[in-house]
Design a protein. Structure first.
Length: 490
């Protein structure tokens, strides 16, 4: 029976056997379901569906077949499990050996494909029978700390290839979820994706979301695009019947006004000035819990350092070097209700930036504070920077603490052979699992996924920042994520 779901997909979605199996309460064969944790060391058996706590133990239809591109350490797969949606990963594409170590350690290697995405053919993807494509393409071509070369950056080749292949497939996916940095919404790469989806009759909903709105004290504003075909829209029902968590629009409308043709007298200005409108959460964001709630107890921290064979405390000379160069410190106290963004160079000071915490606040005493000037902007909603002085001991966040801020389950773990810097880089280059799990429920409404939450898991502390508002709403996130970069204090 383990090959039957694969055989069913080979028949094609238009076959009578497929429709009978999906639409009737007495399918051709039962599809078993099992709850799979994110670190049981093995993938779900072939033909079984991975579901989270909200999933059912049985199903009258095959699981939705998911293809992961740019799979990384498996954040999308964890999000799918956490969402409770009836999904089954059938392929995970990635070229990083370090990512492969972490992914296989948590999910097994049956679905892992160490293959360059640019070499994928439409026929190969057709054979997978994927219902859902999930992806988090490289963000460097779109981030303001880079050159913003967009489609001219070689790191977009894989994404552009997938867009082209979509139009060549006989049985393309029905759903697509894409995560990237704020700024992707203004890119040529996005325009090409939407142009292809519009030609296929798809619709979409685009978001600017931040972990703080989901009860996590961390700043990581990101673009999220949800897209579905016409059949998926019909399956989910009318928008009036759906939860009021997003507004779906045809992909052709998301493109905005057409660009001015060469030689035309006028009419292209609107296209050049067009700024896509991104959606936020259906709830008003309050203040997340204190960072201290996500930090390990001293004894747990000591055990993790021993297992890593690495001290998380930053050498005083490294901090002095940053002070001399007037670099921002990104130092946090346990009472802080936010923390700086984890990035690919996380854990590699003096290179780049990393969120740091004071080792002993009583020993350190009061620290000088000033508004943070960083890629997340300044003003209301921006963080306070605690300024380092000689003698104050600070440390990196541990791997367990970083995973908590990124929404990963406590069961996720790393293979012992990976060092701290490798782990920190993997986490910093990953995505927020809690946010994506919510979006999967939005995307797969009507496909067996539990309904998405309409109320945020946040705590309002009564302060101006805790009252929510534009600073963490989609417009505020876009403004801060797109505006000029200020690397130093004035």
């Amino acid at each position: 029976s383990s090959v039957r779901p694969t055989f069913l997909h080979l028949l094609g979605r238009s076959s009578p056997l497929w429709r009978h199996s999906v639409q009737t309460s007495n399918p051709v064969w039962p599809v078993l379901a099992m709850a799979v944790g994110c670190s049981d060391g093995a993938a779900a058996p072939e033909g079984m569906v991975e579901v989270g706590d909200g999933g059912s133990s049985s199903s009258s239809r095959p699981p939705l077949r998911v293809v992961e591109f740019f799979a990384g350490m498996g954040g999308m797969r964890c999000a799918g499990t956490l969402s409770g949606a009836p999904v089954q990963v059938v392929a995970a594409y990635e070229i990083s050996e370090i990512c492969a170590e972490a992914y296989r350690h948590n999910f097994g290697g049956a679905d892992w494909k160490l293959k360059t995405i640019e070499r994928l053919k439409a026929e190969e993807l057709d054979r997978l029978g994927g219902d859902v494509w999930v992806m988090s393409p490289p963000c460097q071509p779109f981030t303001r700390s880079g050159r913003r070369q967009d489609h001219e950056d070689n790191r977009t080749l894989a994404l552009l290839h997938l867009i082209q292949v979509l139009g060549e497939m006989r049985t393309p996916p029905r759903f697509l979820l894409l995560e990237n940095v704020i700024g992707f919404e203004r890119s040529e790469s996005r325009r090409r994706l939407l142009t292809m989806l519009a030609s296929l009759g798809w619709e979409g909903a685009e978001f600017a979301l931040d972990p703080e709105s989901f009860g996590l004290p961390n700043r990581r504003p990101r673009y999220y695009g949800l897209f579905r075909d016409g059949a998926a829209r019909e399956a989910s029902g009318s928008e009036q019947d759906a939860p009021s968590c997003c507004h779906w629009r045809p992909a052709s409308e998301l493109l905005g006004p057409p660009a001015q043709e060469e030689g035309a007298a006028d009419g292209g200005a609107d296209a050049e000035d067009f700024v896509p409108e991104l959606q936020g959460t259906p709830w008003q964001a309050g203040s997340p819990p204190a960072l201290g709630d996500f930090l390990q107890a001293p004894e747990d921290l000591a055990r993790e350092e021993a297992a890593l064979g690495y001290s998380l405390e930053i050498p005083q000379e490294v901090m002095q070097q940053r002070l001399d160069k007037e670099c921002r410190d990104d130092i946090h106290l346990r009472s802080d209700r936010t923390s700086s963004c984890l990035t690919k160079v996380n854990g590699r000071l003096p290179r780049g930036f990393s969120p740091l915490v004071v080792v002993d606040e009583a020993e350190a005493g009061l620290l000088e504070q000033r508004p943070k000037v960083s890629a997340q902007g300044e003003g209301p909603g921006a963080a306070t920077d605690h300024i380092w002085r000689p003698g104050v001991r600070v440390r990196y966040l541990s791997p367990a603490e970083q995973l908590r801020l990124m929404g990963y389950p406590e069961t996720y773990s790393f293979p012992p052979k990976l060092g701290f810097k490798e782990i920190a880089g993997l986490v910093g280059n990953s995505l927020n699992v809690k946010i994506v799990s919510w979006l999967i429920r939005v995307l797969l409404a009507g496909e067996g996924a539990p309904p998405p939450e309409l109320h945020g898991p946040v705590v309002d502390d009564g302060t101006e920042e805790g009252a929510g508002g534009l600073s963490r709403g989609p417009a505020g996130l876009v403004e801060k994520g797109w505006g000029p970069r200020v690397p130093r204090y004035s």
